[in-house]
Design a protein around this ligand. Sequence first.
Ligand SMILES: [Zn+2]
Length: 128
Amino acid sequence: MRLVIVFILNLPFTLTGIIPVILSGPYHVKLVRNPYAFVFKIKSFWWAFGFFKKARAITIGQIILLGPRLLKNDLEHEIIHVEQCDRYPVIFPILYLYERIRKGYRQNRFEDEAYTLSNSVYEEVNNK
Ligand SMILES: [Zn+2]
């Protein structure tokens, strides 16, 4: 039951995630479970700006976009962001933004958790 409620609460973000999927040239999609997420492989983040400019992958609600420059465990990293979004329904994007502004990219607690648990690769270039 909680899963359904969380899904509904996060639906505005998940639906918002469809816009960058369409813009990015999706060519493959799969559904993962635990947590549920739609994983799209996309051609390019040409539209990305600001925080997302150098991103290898992006998560918005229950949608994960995997770009062309993926490194080891990037999907696992993004799945942790989906879990975080489930943990803090509705407010996660605000919490993330707050942490991002206060502590930067790598030091914010959500990225720290995602990098630590997934053992994904941190590139200095992401922090610009
Ligand atoms: Zn991340």
